[in-house]
Design a protein around this ligand. Structure first.
Ligand SMILES: *[C@@H]1O[C@H](CO)[C@@H](O)[C@H](O)[C@H]1NC(C)=O
Ligand SMILES: *[C@@H]1O[C@H](CO)[C@@H](O)[C@H](O)[C@H]1NC(C)=O
Ligand SMILES: *[C@@H]1O[C@H](CO)[C@@H](O)[C@H](O)[C@H]1NC(C)=O
Ligand SMILES: *[C@@H]1O[C@H](CO)[C@@H](O)[C@H](O)[C@H]1NC(C)=O
Ligand SMILES: *[C@@H]1O[C@H](CO)[C@@H](O)[C@H](O)[C@H]1NC(C)=O
Length: 799
């Protein structure tokens, strides 16, 4: 009931004079206040930052710098993840949201290596507590003596919320102790102490306005020379400074609520061992890489990618910038509609509303560059996470679904609060209430229904209360069903294409992404992928229609799961109609592929063909039957090196297209892992279902799986990072660094079966259906038993 609790808490604060409203219709997931995932490194934008999932949580973060003559150079101080810091790799090597894990950071420019280990004991009596060990050492390979300082800060203050809260820190006998309290967390304490010798700790405080607490680095740099013990009264941020010569370690212990841990009550080494072994065994059961990736180096890469996806989980709270309704003609019904929208990129202030604060628990695509929630990405993140930790995936899903407004709209980018906005240029901060985004959450909901319907038979993740008690699962799906349906209706209403032009066969529906500008279709998620130019109100987009089909498909599964027979039949009918509409409106016999459409000067339906990922959407989203004869050309398009095939994965646009590699070249050639993932999955389905193309699909599946995994792996080995996209000519990772969002989907692809060696057709939907390791262990155990008791066996049998 935590969300309900917030609503009550927020409302009561608003009575105290602060204006705060929260949606009446929030979903509630029943979990207690001390739930194990209350605390975490939920500030993924900083190298190491802890907070709880409540608006009034203390903010804790780490900074560090080398010391030169006892002082630091401002530009050496590390805090938020920045590509410009030129780190030689950083991130979690093994991390689980429920237990913690280990992060390594290679700060090459400063000549320092760091390690942050984090443990969150799961035992009830220690809920709400965690402990971390920060280790700093001269970078491997440098023998130069180096002094350094690490600064841990703890701050309190949330804009719009000024509940009574208190914080105080003091140092005594080499240990800094802080105590404080906030309404939601209750009393808490934090301590920091050194583990070895050759180091010292100190503390000083400062006072900043509520909305500046997150700017701890600036506060530190501005005030560090003036620091005095008696500083300002009512300090709400403290800096715990530890200087060390050479290598040293510091322990941080945090406890809250009724738990009053002393420094030693969490055995960090033991907890760390438990966390690691639990991570490894779950990984082996679920995501162990299959041939040809059986080498342990692939497992290391896969573990790191999964850990960084999980370690990119963030909690966000704050207001967002939304356009006032009808401030734009981007919904455009007239020719040249986009001209009206032009120049309104930075909207006049009076057109922008600040929404009431909301909260979001979300994975982020990239800690340095996109440290916030993205709708298009989140469904992909959840596809990996829901197999690992179903209940966590559901908490995150619910957090997103709570953001669906009364019309059914959900903003594509969640930029909540000043800290999140600080990373986004003003023209991209505003969310438009007429603009959609690929509804990927529906893919995750479909997959969750599949696990729940199978009663978890092929599920190897963390224990799930939804599987333990099926009623809970049904209850959850029943709660999200109307909201998903509301979004489906909103999408079909607001993104409807104009069917008044002369269309073939006058089908009922066709769709058009709103918010188009020349050269861009942001809402589609495929930004600069070529479409009709100039934008026209008569456009129809094949990917938009395919997404509607995918939504109908997912809602059909939801309805079937809930035994809602008539709804399930209804959605199946809608899906079927959409499949025929895709044929009627978007199949170009001339181009021999699926294409966008528009209208010509005489208002007649014409195709806008640019072969590439847009042409693949009906296939990628599972809307083609395995014996559809057009699969022949789809497979040829994929296989042809002159079009989409490359040794590094499937290109986003055909090499033959005039736009290939032009301008910004964002979606005009590079290889994207999410697209390749959908393709690999669909190919596996083709292979596993008897049909005319299963043989051909097998080769394609094997080659594509190997190529895309190898591309990500090689680049990771070379650069220490996963990337946003990969160069179609060289395979090199490019654009955003540390992109461990959907690029982490290679974790699942590594674990998919290798069909190279075995020509038998398996009936597999996913890698889950292979012999799960616990069966293997059982088999080994039985063999050992037989071996041990082999002498007695004959007697037992004779008797
Ligand atoms: C929440 O869960 C607790 C314990 O699992 C139970 O006692 C309580 O009744 C539940 N509350 C609701 C509203 O379901
Ligand atoms: C490190 O600090 C110690 C003590 O302040 C000092 O004696 C030593 O010279 C420093 N070393 C370097 C490399 O700066
Ligand atoms: C299509 O034509 C109908 C009937 O004339 C009209 O009501 C509707 O608004 C038109 N739709 C669009 C998108 O122009
Ligand atoms: C595909 O298979 C289904 C059933 O197996 C059949 O009804 C249909 O006619 C087939 N379509 C084609 C194009 O072969
Ligand atoms: C292929 O798999 C099938 C079914 O699992 C098995 O019976 C067969 O022996 C395998 N063949 C080879 C060459 O491994």
């Amino acid at each position: 009931m935590h969300i309900f609790y917030y609503v009550v808490a927020l409302c009561s604060w608003s009575v105290l004079g602060k204006t705060l409203t929260a949606s009446e219709e929030t979903l509630s997931i029943n979990s207690s206040r001390g739930r194990p995932i209350l605390w975490g490194p939920y500030r993924p934008n900083v190298y190491f930052g802890m907070r709880a999932r409540t608006p009034d949580s203390p903010l804790i973060g780490l900074m560090w710098a080398p010391l030169h003559d006892g002082d630091i150079v401002d530009s050496d101080l590390r805090h938020t993840c920045e590509q410009a810091d030129h780190m030689r790799g950083y991130g979690w090597t093994e991390y689980d949201v429920r237990h913690g894990g280990m992060q390594t950071l290679h700060d090459a420019e400063n000549g320092l290596d760091m390690e942050t280990s984090l443990v969150m004991p799961e035992r009830d009596e220690q809920r709400g507590s965690w402990a971390a060990r920060i280790k700093v050492s001269p970078a491997a390979g440098t023998d130069k003596a180096i002094n350094s300082t690490i600064i841990l800060y703890i701050g309190l203050g949330t804009p719009h919320l000024t509940p009574p809260s208190a914080l105080n820190c003091e140092v005594s006998s080499g240990i800094v102790r802080c105590v404080g309290s906030t309404p939601r967390i209750g009393d808490f304490q934090l301590s920091m102490s050194r583990v070895g010798v050759g180091s010292s700790v100190d503390v000083w405080g400062s006072s900043v306005s509520d909305d500046n607490v997150w700017q701890a680095k600036a506060t530190f740099l501005d005030n560090r020379r003036a620091k005095t013990d008696d500083g300002p009264p009512n300090k709400n941020i403290y800096f715990l400074e530890a200087t060390s010569e050479g290598e040293s370690e510091f322990d941080i212990v945090f406890s809250s609520g009724s738990v009053q841990n002393t420094l030693n009550s969490i055995d960090l080494d033991r907890e760390m061992r438990l966390a690691r072994s639990s991570f490894s065994s779950r990984f082996d059961a679920l995501y162990r890489p299959q041939s040809p990736f059986s080498d342990t180096a692939f497992a290391g890469c896969s573990k790191a990618l999964l850990s960084n996806l999980l370690g990119g989980l963030g909690y966000f709270y704050g207001d967002s910038r939304v356009d006032a309704p009808r401030s734009l003609d981007n919904g455009g019904t007239t020719t040249g509609f986009w001209k009206a929208a032009k120049g309104t990129k930075v909207l006049h202030k009076s057109h922008v509303l600040s929404s009431s604060p909301s909260e979001l628990f979300s994975f982020v695509p990239s800690r340095p560059f996109f440290p916030r929630g993205f709708l298009w990405d989140e469904g992909f993140h959840l596809l990996l996470v829901l197999k690992w930790d179903l209940d966590l995936a559901i908490e995150v899903l619910v957090s997103w679904i709570d953001l669906i407004d009364e019309n059914g709209w959900i903003a594509r980018e969640q930029i909540l609060g000043a800290e999140a906005r600080s990373k986004v240029p003003p023209e991209f901060q505003i969310q438009h209430s007429q603009h959609a985004n690929p509804p990927t959450l529906f893919l995750a909901v479909g997959a969750i229904c599949e696990i729940l319907s199978a009663n978890g038979r092929s599920y190897h993740g963390h224990d799930s209360k939804y599987l333990k008690d099926p009623e809970t699962g049904i209850d959850f799906i029943r709660k999200i069903y109307p909201l998903m349906e509301r979004q489906y209706t909103w999408f079909r209403r607001t993104q409807a294409g104009n069917m008044n032009y002369t269309r073939p066969y006058s089908p009922r529906e066709g769709y058009r992404w709103r918010g188009r500008t020349p050269g861009n279709t942001f809402a589609s998620g495929l930004d600069d992928y070529p479409r009709a130019e100039p934008p026209h109100p008569g456009e129809l987009h094949v990917d938009a229609l395919s997404w509607v089909g995918a939504m109908a498909d997912s809602l059909g599964r939801v309805a079937a799961f809930l035994d809602d027979g008539s709804a399930s039949v209804g959605f199946a009918k809608e899906r079927k109609e959409i499949v025929s509409t895709i044929d009627a409106l978007h199949w170009s016999a001339k181009a021999n592929t699926f294409c966008d459409a528009s209208v010509d000067d005489d208002n007649n339906h014409v195709f806008t063909c640019h072969k590439g990922c847009v042409s693949l959407f009906p296939f990628m989203l599972g809307l083609m039957v395995v014996n559809d004869s057009r699969l022949d050309t789809i497979l040829s398009l994929l296989q042809d090196p002159n079009h989409l095939w490359s040794p590094h994965g499937i290109r986003s646009l055909s090499r033959m297209d005039p736009y290939y590699g032009t301008d910004e070249d964002y979606w005009r050639s590079p290889i994207w892992v999410n697209i390749n993932y959908l393709l690999v999955k669909q190919l596996l389905i083709l292979v596993s279902t008897p049909g005319p193309y299963s043989g051909r699909a097998r080769h394609l599946y094997n080659d594509l799986r190997r190529n895309i995994v190898t591309t990500v792996y090689d680049s990771w080995q070379e650069t220490g990072f996963a990337w946003e996209q990969y160069n179609a000519e060289t395979g090199a990772g490019q654009r955003t660094q540390h992109f461990t969002g959907w690029t982490a989907l290679v974790v699942d692809m590594m674990a998919m079966p290798d069909l190279e060696r075995n020509e038998t057709i398996f009936r597999v939907a996913t890698s889950d259906q292979f012999m799960p390791p616990h069966h293997l262990w059982l088999a080994i155990a039985i063999l050992i038993l037989i071996f041990t008791f082999r002498k007695r066996l004959p007697r037992l049998i004779r008797r």
